[in-house]
Design a protein around this ligand. Structure first.
Ligand SMILES: [Zn+2]
Length: 121
């Protein structure tokens, strides 16, 4: 598992994050819907949760733990870096932070906000 390329690991976490956002939206009580729509939403929610479970099984356990920890605090736990600025919290990263491709064992996280980082290019 640890040997999966980083881009693949990040891709899975991204899909997980997408599903989590959709699940949250589907559960949002503030969005008022008709009875019929509610039934449809409930079905959709079950499908989303099923898809999330399946996806989670394919994710490296360490990556999953890291993601779950961050997802509790932030809606978007995976954020891009541009010109050494974490676009989650807008703090600059230390020069020791190198693009993910250079550190195959660990996903990089922001020292300030803890989010998982990825380089835009
Ligand atoms: Zn940050």
């Amino acid at each position: 598992m640890a040997s999966s390329p980083l881009s693949e690991r990040l891709g899975r976490l991204f899909r997980l994050q997408d599903l989590d956002i959709m699940i949250r939206e589907a559960q949002d009580p503030a969005v008022k819907k008709s009875e019929e729509e509610m039934g449809f939403r409930l079905q959709a929610l079950e499908k989303l949760q099923g898809a999330r479970e399946k996806l989670a099984e394919t994710i490296d356990k360490r990556d999953l733990r890291l993601y779950e920890r961050i997802a509790k605090k932030h809606d978007h736990g995976i954020v891009p870096v541009e010109e050494r600025i974490c676009l989650g919290c807008y703090m600059s990263l230390p020069t020791s932070a190198v693009p993910l491709t250079a550190t195959p064992e660990h996903l990089l996280t922001c020292e300030n906000c803890g989010r998982i980082l990825y380089w835009l290019e």
